[in-house]
Write a protein that binds this ligand. Structure first.
Ligand code: RP5
Length: 162
């Protein structure tokens, strides 16, 4: 299948400024993805249709971001066998702690891999790693990326010492 392998969904278009970093990370690794607004509260049927249909369409990982009473990642995880990565989107109040706690405290049996508040870039990178577990070329690219991180830190250290 040549369609998108990662689905990025969010509860509102207002989440996009946060979620965009996940899309950027996937693009850096050349991974095809799709993006959509799917609200657990405002469009519950659409959310269920998305979650139940994703695997059949060739999606392998879902990244779900939401803020406040952030039930989207957990609800999506309840309706798909795919790995779901949750991104707590920080809103105006409570500094995103509400989003984090809504996403991270899943009941046993329904996992959501929760990244940090606003941590959409890591959600994208985690999706790359998940896909890389069955794709040696992608895994190699992730190793190269890790080496580039190391080099960046060492270069900064060098610059500080000079
Ligand atoms: C959540 O409500 C969304 O994920 C968003 O973070 C938050 C606010 O949505 P808007 O009122 O900006 O559409 O479901």
């Amino acid at each position: 299948m040549t369609g998108p392998k990662v689905g990025i969904v969010m509860g509102s278009d207002s989440d996009w400024p946060t979620m965009e970093a996940a899309a950027e990370a996937l693009a850096e690794f050349g991974i095809a993805f799709e993006v959509g607004v799917v609200s657990a509260h405002r469009t519950p049927q659409r959310m269920l249709d998305y979650a139940t249909g994703a695997a059949g369409r060739g999606i392998e990982v879902i990244i779900a971001g939401a803020g406040g009473a952030a039930h989207l990642p957990g609800m999506v995880a309840s309706a798909t066998p795919l790995p779901v990565i949750g991104v707590p989107v920080p809103l105006k109040y409570l500094d995103g702690m509400d989003s984090l706690l809504s996403i991270v405290q899943m009941p046993a049996g329904v996992p959501v891999a929760t990244v940090s508040i606003g941590g959409a870039r890591n959600a994208g990178l985690l999706a790359v790693r998940i896909l890389g577990s069955s794709d040696p070329i992608l895994r190699e690219r992730m190793s190269d990326f890790q080496k580039s991180l190391e080099k960046m830190v060492l270069d900064k250290d060098d610059a500080l010492r000079r």
